[in-house]
Design a protein around this ligand. Structure first.
Ligand code: NAD
Length: 459
């Protein structure tokens, strides 16, 4: 991911350097110097905070858990990004995810900078009481660098509203008398969270796909039909016909995306496969997604892994290997699990012609280049999975004003913001021969450079 993001940002900068219409006040050597400092700003985080959380376990043992909070850039507003609870978390990964947040907020015009956190653990290895202690320790250790106007964490893989509630309560306790509702987002509604936050990312992910195929492409069918752009040709193949869909990951993002697809009446799509950390479930006639959501709610988030469990869930499906979902013969593949899922090893086996990235960085550069050359439409993470941070922004606003929106108001604002971004990016995508990811990065870099230049930070 690091290479991919950096090289695309570098290409975006090169393209902008040559464009005379961009920052026309800057000429000659001044221009080169400004771009050098822009490159330096974007390619390094402002700060990396690291701690070892010292946590007593219920059995008496004391563990030291590595944890991070990275501040990438705050030109657009306070740092913002989730806290990942996963055993493979490492510094480089957190830095990259924070960088992606800077670009994502810039793309969607959300007034936040880019940050990210991580705790190196498998949450399933700890009791609820121990996890509570871990969350409290994280806030104590990073209290100086977080806060409603400094850095606002949110959930990520392995964390959710329960952890955000615990963390906000600790922040409130330590910072007694100061505003605290905006210190964490992704909290429960009872504790100052926003209606619709839990569903926001999955809804936004599905919306980008639906808006592309149901709204944008049909409305521009005539001009796209006469275009030589390979992505226009691919997108046109998929309008007004039944589509088979597979969804990797059945957690917060994947399960909501699956429900959106299952219930969507605008597009004739059938969810034929879903997967999680254990299995892939497949049914060519379509899976009963509500029944699977119900089952996972009572099974620690996991899909059925045996015929007995499938029967218990009331679901008809065959059980396949965890990775099988990636290479199934489907039209659309949503990726909502972890990074690097489509890679050099499996890129030639991928059959889907539309890929939507709900997860962060699920496609490596090699796989991305290969699939893009074949005209596969990839709706990238930066565009597709911004629903969480957009509704986090709404949650933060509501916390500041202590005025709360209805669920309908939240969804209307979410989808309208995503539509605005799509309406800016899609004409460029179908016009330029660049993949969608690069079009998004160019747009983010333009917004960031303009702000940094006006803040006097490019010299
Ligand atoms: P989650 O923990 O709720 O769910 C993760 C899912 O992936 C689970 O179903 C898990 O079983 C599955 N999984 C784990 N390892 C796997 C593997 N090796 N192969 C296949 N499946 C595997 O997490 P989430 O909140 O749904 O986040 C999923 C992705 O979306 C992450 O990349 C996250 O960074 C990204 N994301 C989440 C949000 C959000 O609001 N939750 C926002 C933006 C991006």
């Amino acid at each position: 991911m690091e290479e991919q993001t950096r090289s695309i940002v570098q290409q975006s900068l090169n393209a902008l350097l040559e464009s005379e219409s961009f920052l026309p006040d800057l000429q000659g050597d001044m221009r080169k110097k400004a771009f050098t400092s822009l490159n330096a700003i974007l390619s390094t985080p402002n700060q990396i905070h690291k701690s070892f959380l010292r946590v007593p376990l219920e059995g008496g043992e004391v563990v030291r858990i590595p944890s991070y909070r990275v501040h990438h850039n705050d030109a657009l507003g306070p740092y913002k990004g989730g806290i990942r609870f996963h055993e493979s978390v490492n510094e480089e990964e957190v830095v990259n995810l924070a960088f992606l947040m800077t670009l994502k907020n810039a793309l969607h015009n959300v007034p936040f900078g880019g940050g990210k956190g991580g705790i190196v653990l498998n949450p399933k290895d700890f009791s609820d009481k121990e996890l509570h202690r871990i969350c409290i320790k994280y806030v104590r250790y990073f209290n100086n660098v977080i806060g409603p106007d400094k850095d606002i964490p949110a959930p990520d893989v392995g964390s959710g509203e329960r952890e955000m509630d615990w963390m906000m309560a600790e922040y409130k306790k330590i910072n007694h008398g100061n505003p605290y509702l905006g210190s964490f987002t992704g909290k429960s509604v009872a504790n100052g969270g926003s209606l619709g936050r839990r569903e926001a990312t999955g809804k936004g992910v599905y919306f980008t796909f639906r808006y592309l195929l149901h709204d944008y492409v049909p409305a521009h069918e005539k001009e796209l039909s006469s275009s030589t752009n390979p992505f226009a040709k691919s997108a046109l193949e998929f309008i007004n016909r039944p589509l088979n869909v597979a969804i990797q990951g059945f957690g917060n993002v994947g399960s909501v995306t699956a429900l959106e697809a299952y219930r969507c009446s605008y597009i004739q799509n059938k969810v034929v496969a879903v997967s999680d950390r254990n299995v892939t479930l497949y049914n060519p006639d379509g899976l009963d997604i509500p029944a699977l959501v119900e089952f996972t709610a009572h099974n620690k988030g996991d899909l059925p892994i045996s015929d007995v469990q499938l029967k218990e869930a009331g679901v008809t499906a065959t059980i396949e290997g965890r990775e099988d979902i990636l290479t199934m013969d489907v039209d659309v593949l949503f990726l909502a699990a972890l990074e690097n899922q489509l890679n050099d090893q499996n890129k030639t086996e991928i059959k889907a012609r539309i890929i939507v990235e709900g997860a962060n960085a699920p496609t490596t550069q090699e796989a991305d280049d290969y699939l893009s050359q074949k005209g596969v439409v990839i709706i990238p993470d930066i565009l597709a999975n911004a629903g969480g941070v957009i509704v986090s922004y709404l949650e933060w606003l509501q916390g500041r004003e202590t005025q709360f929106f209805t669920e309908e108001e939240v969804y209307n604002q979410l989808l309208s913001k995503m539509k605005n971004t799509m309406d800016i990016i899609l004409p460029q995508y179908f016009g330029d021969p660049f993949p969608l990811r690069q079009n998004c990065y160019i747009h983010s870099v333009i917004r960031l450079s303009t702000v940094l230049y006006r803040q006097g930070k490019l010299y």
